[in-house]
Design a protein around this ligand. Structure first.
Ligand SMILES: Nc1ncnc2c1ncn2[C@@H]1O[C@H](COP(=O)(O)OP(=O)(O)OP(=O)(O)O)[C@@H](O)[C@H]1O
Ligand SMILES: [Mg+2]
Length: 259
């Protein structure tokens, strides 16, 4: 039986993760608590190895916490959850399948009938029109990530997890993807939890930015970002609110890295 508690889309409640084996004894996360509201965009930044990917794995049910609880859409996460979308750093596309057929893989795995129309909508929304039949190696890195994003959004997940999805892209493509992701987020109303190493990306995209401490990871501070809904990239970067938030995050991360 599942019990619906609270209204958050994601509730992370006093979670800790220890990895223990003969060779490894690592506390990846200690006492992490975070609530993400439905429709909210939250970014997680923190030093390498502080447990960001581990946190997303807990939310998706790929990993169980050593202590504490995670709830997704009201239900305690006890195993892999298939009602979410997940985008990884590398697009992980099947090389022998066209862009469109890579997107439709999601539908095949779920036995979703009539997903073609939805796939076409997403192709349009992400500017992939004209490249539906291209194979992954015929697409740029940014286009491949768009295909991965379409695949993650095909089943209209209420929660989208993204783990450094734009880390492998050049700076300009990354900015363009940020603008597109912001628009898609507004259009779909999906709750997003994004892990990123880019402070600018986190501030530009998010309602809130979670800054983590070095491992064992804990929440150092949560920064509210209150930018206008309409976000031209250059204009947003020039806003005092943007630079204040970015400088604060940089300061927090810098302080946590100093010996
Ligand atoms: N399956 C695992 N078994 C053992 N240790 C693990 C496992 N997964 C992660 N760890 C350890 O947990 C810690 C956190 O790893 P995690 O991948 O969550 O970090 P991260 O914040 O995502 O880092 P990065 O920014 O480099 O991607 C690291 O010390 C890592 O070695
Ligand atoms: Mg990681």
């Amino acid at each position: 039986m599942t019990v619906t508690v609270g209204t958050a889309a994601v509730e992370i409640d006093s979670v800790a993760v220890h990895f223990r084996s003969k060779k490894i004894d690592v506390t990846a996360l200690r006492e992490v608590s975070l609530d993400v509201a439905p429709g909210e965009f939250v970014s997680i930044v923190g030093p390498s190895g502080c447990g960001k990917s581990t946190l997303l794995k807990l939310v998706s049910g790929l990993l169980k916490p050593s202590s504490g609880k995670v709830r997704l859409l009201g239900d305690v996460v006890t195993g892999p959850r298939h009602d979410i979308g997940y985008v990884f750093q590398r697009a992980a596309l099947l090389e022998w399948r066209s862009a469109r057929r890579n997107i439709l893989l999601q539908a095949e795995m779920r036995g979703m009938p009539d997903a073609g129309k939805r796939a076409d909508e997403l192709i349009e929304m992400t500017g992939l029109r004209g490249f539906e039949d291209a194979l992954p190696h015929e697409l740029s890195g940014g286009m491949q990530q768009r295909v991965a994003l379409c695949r993650a959004l095909l089943h209209r997940p209420r929660v989208l997890l993204m783990d450094e999805p734009f880390g492998a892209l050049d700076a300009l493509t990354r900015e363009q993807m940020n603008v597109e992701l912001h628009r898609i987020w507004r259009e779909t109303g999906t709750t997003v939890l994004l892990v990123t190493h880019s402070i600018a990306e986190s501030v530009y995209l998010s309602n809130r930015v979670v800054v983590m401490t070095p491992r064992p990871g804990a929440v150092q501070e949560i920064i509210d970002v209150d930018l206008p809904v309409e976000r031209d990239y250059s204009e947003t970067m020039a806003l005092p609110k943007f630079s204040t938030a970015a400088a604060h995050i940089r300061e927090l991360l810098g302080a946590s890295m100093r010996p």
